[in-house]
Design a protein around this ligand. Structure first.
Ligand SMILES: CCCCCCCC(=O)SCCNC(=O)CCNC(=O)[C@H](O)C(C)(C)COP(=O)(O)OP(=O)(O)OC[C@H]1O[C@@H](n2cnc3c(N)ncnc32)[C@H](O)[C@@H]1OP(=O)(O)O
Length: 198
């Protein structure tokens, strides 16, 4: 894909192992029930489902629905970028540290009709300090289907205070809806509980 140097790790950058508590080959579940990308409680969200893979990678699925259109019958490009962002974010989730998307680069190779299930595979290509380098590929209707979208990203590790300072904190970032009085609503993989922070 076309990508800038900002999403390519320096040569020889190591790829860390997932956190020992990160699930392997299991459904990851939502990190927040109202998340637009993965939350089952979001009425018009993507409801993306994902499973961790060997190493630092994730396999995810998202079916383009009526509410995701740009042109009639076709997925909106921003929605597709969101699906890639979400699947990429699930990779850094396996490190059990809070990250946010700093940069997202997307190549659209094929139009994606409503009803298509995108099979998205994402992986980490290296971590340097607070910076995690990631890439993703989405194929249409099968793991070996035609490639519709490619993406590369730089995620930046942030303190939990990021979500308190800029959002409603991290309450609810354990897959719940955050209506327990602890807040909720921040997006980006932070969690003081079982998901991100050990
Ligand atoms: C499971 C969870 C799934 C979640 C999936 C979805 C994820 C999301 O949608 S997250 C929400 C969208 N993203 C955001 O809201 C982030 C908004 N941006 C910010 O908060 C800040 O700009 C932030 C945190 C990225 C960086 O700010 P700050 O903490 O001050 O770090 P800063 O010192 O500027 O940068 C750290 C390093 O990253 C680099 N960097 C930061 N931003 C970028 C960028 N856009 N492009 C390239 N490099 C960048 C810097 O150059 C620096 O590199 P180096 O260490 O080599 O000098």
């Amino acid at each position: 894909m076309n990508r800038s140097h900002l999403t390519v790790p320096p040569a020889g950058t190591p790829v860390p192992e997932p956190h020992p508590d990160a699930p392997l080959g299991e459904p990851l579940g939502p990190h927040y029930s109202r998340c637009f990308g993965c939350g089952p409680g979001h009425p018009t969200g993507l409801h993306l489902e994902a499973v961790s893979e060997d190493g630092l990678g994730v396999s995810a699925k998202f079916t383009v629905g009526d509410l995701h259109q740009g042109a009639p019958g076709l997925a909106h490009g921003g929605v597709l970028a969101t699906a890639m962002d979400e699947a990429l974010g699930m990779v850094v989730w396996l490190l059990r540290k809070p990250y946010v998307t700093g940069r997202l680069e997307t190549d659209y190779l094929l139009p994606v009709p409503v009803g298509t299930t995108l099979f998205i595979r994402t992986r980490c290509t290296g971590v340097v300090g607070r910076k995690a380098y990631l890439e993703a590929e989405a194929r249409m209707d099968a793991l070996d289907g035609p490639v519709a979208v490619r993406a590369a990203a730089l995620f930046v590790e942030v303190p939990v205070a990021h979500f308190e300072r800029h959002g409603d904190g991290v309450g609810g970032m354990d897959g719940t809806d955050g209506t327990d009085g602890t807040g909720g609503g921040a997006h980006g993989g932070a969690d003081t509980g079982r998901r991100v922070n050990p």
